[in-house]
Write a protein that binds this ligand. Sequence first.
Ligand code: GDP
Ligand code: IMO
Ligand code: MG
Length: 427
Amino acid sequence: MAVDILIGLQWGDEGKGKIVDVLAPTYDIVARFQGGPNAGHTLEFEGTKHVLHQIPSGIFHSHIQNIIGNGVVLDPIVFRTEMQKLTDRGVDAAKNLFISKKASLILPSHRVLDRVSEEALGSGKIGSTLKGIGPTYQDKIGRVGLRVGDILSDDFRECYNKLVERHRSIVEFYGEKLEVAEQEQAFFEAVDYLRTLQLVDSEYMINNAIREGMKILAEGAQGALLDVDFGTYPFVTSSTTLVAGACTGLGVAPRHIGEVYGIFKAYCTRVGSGPFPTELLDEVGEEIRQAGREFGSTTGRPRRCGWVDLPSLKYSIMLNGVTQLNMMKADVLTEFETIKVCTHYRLASGEVTDQVPHTLDTDKLEPIYEELPGWKVDLNKIDAVEELPEPFKNYLAFLEEHLQVPITIVSVGPDRKSTLKRDAVIA
Ligand code: GDP
Ligand code: IMO
Ligand code: MG
C-alpha cells in the first residue's frame, strides 16, 4: 500500500492538523516526518480545541498507530507537557504512540543557542520560534547530536555533558554564559518518562506496514515556502518540509508515495520575518487577521496576512507533486466585496512571470492581481458543496484552472465537521 503525504503549500499554519484529523479515520498509521515543537497543529471537535506540537494529529483515534519519525527533532520537556495535556483530557496516548530511536533530541542548551543566534542577527533575525530547531538540526548534520535511542545507553549522561560543553563554548562566543541547571532537571525527568514509552525502529515498522497493506498518512509540518532548500532562504526552517522529507524522515522509498495532499488557505499568512509579496499592511490585512483569528498556535504572535499567491502555489505544487488540493478558511473571506488573487509577478526588469524568482523581496518584484467578486455568504453555515454560492464556485474554478490540480476538500470552519468534500473537474 502507498504512503499518502499531507503538506502545507504556503508558510505554515494552513490547517494541516485539521485535515489530518479529518482524513485519519481512513488510515492505520499517521506519522510526522520533520520539524518539532516549532509546529502547532490545531484540531477542533466536540466543542474542544487541541493544539499538538510534536505528537501526530491521528492521536485522538485509538485504532491509529501514531509515529514520531526519525526526521523529527523532539524536545522531551515539551513532549511530556503535551502528553500530560492529552492524559488530562482522557486520551491514553502512550498506547498508540511510537517514537523513532533515530529522532533527534532537543536539549535545553539548543534553545539557548537558538536565542543567542537570533539576537546576534539583530534586525536580520529569522523570527524563529526559539524552540531550538535550527541548532538541533545543525548538530544532526554536524554529526554530534543526540538521538532518542541514546537515552537507552548507560553513558547517556556523559554524552549529554559533552554536547552541552560544546554548546557552552558557542554561547560564550556570543558573549553570554550558558545557564541551564533548572531546565536540566526537567529535561532528565522528561527523558526518564520517554524511556517508559514505545521507542522503535520506525523505518522497519513503517515498511512492514506498507508490505502488509496498511494505509499510512505522513503529516508534514511548516510549509513548502519554509523549506530549507526551496523556501525563502534564509527566512526558512531547518528541515525539508517537502514530500521528499517524508522519504528521509520516515525511511520510505519514493516508489511507495501515493496521494499528495497540498493544503493552502483561501488567502495567505506568514509568521516571522522574510519576504511575502502579497502581504497586506493595511486595514484589509487586519480584517483578515481578526476574522481568521490569525495568531500563532505555538507562539501567539500575530500572523502577517495577504492575498493568495498563485506563482508560489504553483511552485509548491511542482516541488511536491501535489495530486489533490485542500482549500482552508474560505469562510474567513465572507465580508469582502471583492477578492484579489496574485496571478503573476512583475520583476524589476519589467518581465512578467508566473515563476518564483531567486528572491521574493518586494523591492525586486511586484504582484499582479486579478480581482474576483466576493460571495458575501457565511460559508460556515453550508453543509453540502451543491449549496456553495456561485461567486465562490467561480473562485474555486479560477484557482483550479491556474493550478491544474483539483480542489477536493473545502474547509469552512475550524471544526472537524466544517469540511466539504468535492468531486472537482478542471476546466
Ligand atoms: P497547521 O499548523 O497547518 O495545522 O495550522 P494551525 O493549527 O497552526 O492554524 C490553522 C488555524 O485555523 C487553527 O486555529 C484552526 O483551528 C483554524 N482553521 C482550520 N481550518 C479552518 C477553516 O476552514 N476556517 C476557519 N475559520 N478556521 C480554520
Ligand atoms: P506549522 O507546522 C508557521 C517559522 C517561524 C520562523 C521560521 C523559522 O504549525 O505550520 P524555526 O523555529 O523553525 O527556526 O523558525 O519558520 N515557522 C512556522 N511558521 N507554522 C509553523 O509550523 C512554523 N514553524 C516554523 O515563525 O519564521
Ligand atoms: Mg501551525
